[in-house]
Design a protein around this ligand. Structure first.
Ligand SMILES: Cc1cc2nc3c(=O)[nH]c(=O)nc-3n(C[C@H](O)[C@H](O)[C@H](O)COP(=O)(O)OP(=O)(O)OC[C@H]3O[C@@H](n4cnc5c(N)ncnc54)[C@H](O)[C@@H]3O)c2cc1C
Length: 444
């Protein structure tokens, strides 16, 4: 078996798959690329769902995998997905599992009769070896990359507070304290009358709510969140005009301009969402003009508002939440998690303001965690933290910056972890653009 290759992609999710496809389309031989990741290529954390209840949070025409054929997925879906419940007044919102199937099929289609070089493992460490990169894998192998693309995506969530499980068995703790709910396996063993605590009030909590409603849950659901609000429903929106942005903007000017541009209508209305999406087009360019300190100010001041409205939810998911609300089955408990203690069969979460939530199972819906591989690159002094201190810094060509702020010639990062450097790069369509641009630049 080979232990080196021209191009290595670390990761096996959407970003890795789409990078692979665009490299192949640029004429790079399949045999020159190796993908390293633990799961099914193309599915990753977002689309390898055991739960059929998890739906895409955007309509079908926004899941763009080829910029010159934006409706590729929409057409594939019409032909290959049987999902009568996908259709809503705001478009088709398919199951995430089906989108994962589509991406895996794209890879197979692009390969044809060629062989995919992939290694089912995790990369634990990256080191420089002469002009190449040496990768340590969790199966104890070493692999050498001449050119390395990191596409490790969204690191799974971890508990944001102290957890005391002294009075519970490991087996019970394992199934009742759900630290990473992204693939939804935990739903299969859940009793319908259990009282559930959802820690966090974003899209992962809404995924859980949709799944619980679909499986006829009867127990209470407690949502712990600093605010009594969920992301709004996706409306039917289109971009109609371009905002006339002022030339030089400070973070304060940016917020003021956006406030004035947005109509006073409800955030769930088409009118408001049209304007919001018109604003989003230029935000990455503006973000890149801000200094690290300005980016931090923005994150602190409006980060939560940004996350709330950028990630809107499918109409099916919000309908499930409304059902629970009407039945008085769901309750917000305001505050932030401080300490969790478990005395089987009960979980008690103490919040920073002294409030308490008690339930029989807790689902961690607090969002993206810390990527150990990126942290390792920083501690090995091969990379530096980005402006938000959440990932590693890169330049506008996706090249990772070294400790002298110089770009490595053969190390790149794509996907959600580029957000601190480049702005809002979380949605599939934004990642596609990165893969297309990087494939254009790479030499082999
Ligand atoms: C739960 C969830 C739902 C989402 N839903 C939507 C949606 O509906 N619509 C939308 O547009 N966007 C959605 N997103 C946003 C998402 O960022 C992108 O759509 C896209 O899937 C990101 O792809 P990725 O490959 O960068 O990341 P991921 O999907 O996170 O995949 C990264 C993969 O890399 C692997 N990996 C990590 N570290 C290593 C390592 N050290 N070595 C080897 N492999 C490693 C992981 O196991 C994982 O399989 C969602 C994100 C999440 C987390």
């Amino acid at each position: 078996m080979r232990n080196s290759n021209e191009i290595v992609i670390v990761g096996d999710g959407f970003a890795a798959a789409i990078m692979f496809i665009h490299l192949m389309r640029k004429g790079v031989p399949a045999s020159s690329i190796t993908l390293i990741g633990p799961g099914v290529i193309g599915q990753g954390n977002a689309y390898s769902c055991a739960s059929q209840s998890y739906r895409l949070n955007v309509r079908e025409d926004l899941l763009i995998t080829f910029s010159d054929d934006p409706l590729h997925f929409a057409r594939w879906a019409q032909k290959h997905i049987h999902d009568p419940e996908a259709k809503t007044t705001a478009g088709y919102f398919y199951r995430r599992h089906d989108f994962g199937r589509y991406v895996s099929e794209l890879v197979s289609h692009e390969l044809g009769t060629r062989h995919l070089h992939s290694i089912a493992a995790r990369v634990t460490k990256i080191l420089r070896k002469e002009n190449d990169w040496s990768l340590s894998l969790d199966n104890h192998d070493e692999f050498i990359a001449k050119q390395l693309i990191i596409a490790t995506g969204n690191a799974p969530p971890s508990w944001p507070c102290k957890v005391n499980t002294k009075l519970a068995s490991p087996a019970w703790t394992h199934t009742h304290l759900v630290e990473n709910p992204w693939n939804g396996e935990y739903l299969q063993v859940m009793g319908v009358d259990e009282d559930i605590i959802l820690l966090g009030g974003g899209l992962t909590a809404l995924d859980a709510i949709n799944a619980l409603v679909e499986q006829g849950h009867r127990g209470k659901i407690y949502v712990i969140s600093p605010r009594k609000i969920f992301p709004p429903v996706q409306a039917s929106w289109q971009r109609i005009q371009e905002p006339h942005w002022p030339k030089k903007l400070s973070p304060r000017d940016l917020i003021r301009f956006m406030r004035e541009y947005l109509p006073s209508a409800n955030a769930a209305s088409s009118e408001w969402q049209c304007a919001w999406e018109e604003l989003r087009v230029n935000l990455n360019t503006i973000w890149q003009q801000f200094s690290a300190a300005q980016r931090l100010i923005l994150l602190k001041r409006v980060g939560w508002i940004w996350s709330l409205y950028r990630f809107r939810a499918s109409p099916q998911t919000i309908a499930s939440y409304e059902q629970l609300r009407e039945k008085n089955q769901i309750h917000f408990i305001l505050g932030r998690a401080k300490q969790m203690s478990c005395a089987e069969p009960q979980i008690t979460m103490i919040l920073d303001n002294g409030s308490e939530a008690v339930g029989e199972r807790i689902i961690n819906c607090t969002g993206v965690g810390v990527d150990p591989l990126l942290s390792n690159l920083i501690s090995s002094q091969l990379a530096i933290p980005d402006a938000l201190q959440q990932s590693i810094a890169i330049d506008t060509h996706y090249r990772v910056l070294d400790t002298n702020q110089q770009a490595w010639e053969n190390l790149w990062l794509i996907g959600p972890a580029t957000m601190g450097s480049l702005g809002d790069v979380v949605a599939a369509s934004a990642i596609t653009k990165q893969a297309e641009q990087l494939a254009e630049q790479m030499k082999i």
